[in-house]
Design a protein around this ligand. Structure first.
Ligand SMILES: [Zn+2]
Length: 206
């Protein structure tokens, strides 16, 4: 086993695997290492989400690929988090500015399929969101205690209703309630913690 990790990495680098979330970050890194665009990748990795400036586009899973198009021009592929997300124009402008700074003749390609999902957000992005005061989206394979699908007791002991526990980013309490399905932006819901009474945004899971 020892000493054979490099060869498997080379093998997987050849398979794009567009929609697979767990291997997605790794294959992206592998593509970057072999890429003629390593410097551009590095510069693009500094760009942050206009709506949540503490997280980068790479951590959000918005920055998908850097490649050469059929006509030879460099293409930076981005996938919007939500269709109609107003931040996408700003993101495209930021990518264009980075291309210019790097002296690269390129264009931005917006890729809608496969659709972005909150599963593409890295663990770092979730942690940064929480520290920023936004409850991170919950997904199937989560870190301990973050997302608990909860069966609230329904009528007479029946498990009738599913409820998602959203932990307060301030105090960690799951004694929280949704006060508005749309928070500061369409992709967030407004919650209030019933223990520390602080309102907060919850980044909805999609
Ligand atoms: Zn709280």
């Amino acid at each position: 086993m020892r000493g054979h990790t490099v060869s498997t990495a080379n093998a997987t680098a050849l398979t794009p695997a567009p929609g697979s979330s767990p291997g997605q970050a790794l294959s992206r890194r592998e593509r970057e290492q072999d890429s003629e665009f390593a410097a551009l990748w590095h510069a693009l990795d500094q760009l942050t989400d206009p709506e949540i400036p503490v997280v980068t586009l790479q951590e959000m899973g918005i920055l998908r690929d850097v490649r050469r198009g059929a006509d030879g021009r460099v293409e930076v592929v981005i996938t919007p988090t939500y269709s109609g997300c107003p931040a996408m124009d700003q993101i495209a402008d930021d990518v264009t500015a980075t291309l210019r700074q790097q002296g690269v003749d390129g264009r931005v390609v917006t890729q809608l399929a496969p659709a972005w999902t909150t599963d593409w957000m890295t663990p770092q992005a979730r942690e940064k969101l929480r520290a920023y005061g936004i409850a991170p989206p919950q997904c199937g394979s989560t870190a301990a205690g973050e997302a608990v699908l909860h069966f609230a007791p329904g009528s007479r002991g029946g498990l009738s209703r599913q409820r998602i526990e959203v932990a307060c980013p301030q105090c960690g309490s799951v004694n929280t309630t949704e006060t508005s399905h749309f928070g500061s932006t369409a992709c967030k819901a407004l919650y209030r913690c019933l223990d520390c009474m602080e309102p907060f945004d919850y980044f909805k899971s999609i």
